[in-house]
Write a new protein. Structure first.
Length: 464
């Protein structure tokens, strides 16, 4: 399709999602963070140090989501943060937010896919977990391809199962839990809060963020939501409360069933924690492995949905090649965007064959990379909220951030602290992030004509 034709016929997504489906997307995007990834934080901070980091991050996310919801309802756009930043700060602001969101949503799925492989490897130890990860990409790109209604219904199903499984985990390990186990060796560098422990707390921040990473992705389904001004606030407020309860419950129960240090550098901490209580041959353990996969699948599937909408929105606005804004003629889904994100994710899964960073595991590095993108996006989103409040007081806001300006200011301040800690402790990954951003910015500068001829988008206008 030529640029002239595209401007006459901008691509449109179907409005089919209700509040329960959006809640499931919001929670499902994140819930794999309760199953794995977070326990790497114990490796750097200890259980008590990581508990402090999680309280700080949970405060950031709670204030952020209650503020971010104002943007999502005022500008219900598939680009999510990209659309808010572009409306507030123009094309360059849109570039920064779009790039950061892409990094978050393209790098999170390979980490989850590796965890899926690790869980299945418990049952099939003779098969390389990476092949399971590759198979997950093929299956769930295909599921997202065949329609958002089917994809959202599946997301609701697996998210509810995943929540039930986490509750079952907490119940089953309760008889083996003790406070003594949880607090033993609870500080990094010793049993007291000292300089090493404080350093460990800040170093563990990326893994505390993993508990909540990508909840904002539900905003990318806003164009497909029925009555987004009502359904998005319901989805976000109930979603963040659900996740805060689950995050603290899982961390505290897993940390008190034995020597938590054995769980601090692996991709399947919950099965291994349960094994300590019920034994290796228990039916409870096998149930956790199989049903626990639904938690990983819910996030994997949901984030694939999110990255495809982000790539689609960026391409539609001329920030990426227009081919990625194409919709499947049969299913009306962004099929080329789905495949593009999958190619990058699979490359990341197999990247440890030729690159290593900082002595961390591949999963830890991918998690950290995704979190870097997320924090940058959170900061520019909160800045956009402040800017739009001043620049567009007449913008229709059916939902307003509570306790404004305190909630967005707290989210912004804690976001700066988190970003500083991540840069300090992850120099090489930060450099990689900046190199990728520089390359992307070079493309952005060379493609101004592509944006000028892109399909018009009234939501990205700087007028009300």
């Amino acid at each position: 399709m030529s640029s002239i034709e595209a401007s006459k016929h901008p691509a449109r997504l179907q409005k089919v999602l209700g509040p329960i489906q959006l809640w499931a997307i919001a929670v499902g995007l994140v819930i794999s963070g309760e199953y794995f990834g977070w326990s790497y934080g114990w490796n750097t901070a200890g259980t008590l140090g990581f508990l402090i980091a999680t309280v700080l991050v949970a405060t950031m996310y709670t204030t952020f989501i209650f503020s971010f919801t104002e943007l999502s309802t005022a500008i219900p756009h598939a680009g999510g943060p990209f659309a808010y930043a572009r409306r507030a700060f123009g094309p360059s602001g849109g570039f920064v937010a779009g790039f950061a969101t892409l990094v978050e949503f393209v790098f999170a799925p390979p980490a989850i896919a590796l965890a899926i492989g690790a869980y299945l490897n418990v049952q099939f130890p003779g098969i390389n977990p990476k092949w399971f990860a590759l198979g997950a990409y093929v299956i769930f790109i295909g599921l997202n391809w065949i329609g958002v209604r089917i994809a959202a219904t599946f997301e609701l199903f697996v998210t509810v199962l995943a929540i039930l499984e986490l509750l079952v985990f907490m119940g089953v390990v309760t008889p083996g839990w003790s406070m003594a186990h949880f607090v033993a060796n609870g500080w990094a560098g010793g049993d007291v809060l000292n300089g090493t422990a404080i350093s460990g707390i800040f170093a563990s921040i990326p893994f505390a963020i993993w508990f909540f990473l990508a909840i904002e992705g539900a905003a990318m389904a806003a164009e497909e939501a029925r009555d987004p001004h009502r359904t998005i606030p319901l989805a976000y407020t109930t979603g963040i409360l659900t996740l805060v309860v689950l995050a603290f419950g899982v961390m505290i129960f897993a940390g008190g069933v034995g020597d938590w240090r054995k769980l601090s550098n692996i991709n399947d901490p919950l099965p291994q924690a349960m094994k300590t209580v019920v034994g290796e041959n228990s039916g409870w353990l096998h149930m956790l492995v199989w049903i626990g996969l639904f938690g990983l699948i819910a996030s994997f599937h949901g984030i694939i949905m999110g990255y495809s909408r982000q790539i689609f929105a960026l391409a539609r606005a001329g920030y990426l090649p227009a081919t990625f804004a194409a919709l499947s003629p049969r299913f009306n889904t962004p099929h080329r965007a789905l495949v593009a994100g999958g190619v990058i994710g699979v490359a990341a899964i197999f990247s440890d064959e030729w690159v290593q960073f900082g002595g961390q595991t591949l999963t830890a590095n991918i998690v950290t990379m995704a979190v870097l993108g997320a924090i940058v996006m959170y900061l520019i989103s909160m800045a956009a909220l402040f800017k739009l409040r001043r620049a567009e007081p007449g913008l229709e806001r059916t939902y307003k951030a509570p306790f404004y300006p305190w909630f967005p200011a707290i989210a912004l301040g804690l976001g700066v602290v988190c970003l500083g800690a991540m840069v300090w402790f992850n120099g090489m990954l930060t450099l990689l992030f900046l190199v990728l951003m520089a390359l992307a910015y070079g493309y952005f500068r060379l493609t101004a004509e592509q944006r000028r001829t892109a399909a018009p988008d009234e939501m990205l206008s700087t007028t009300v």
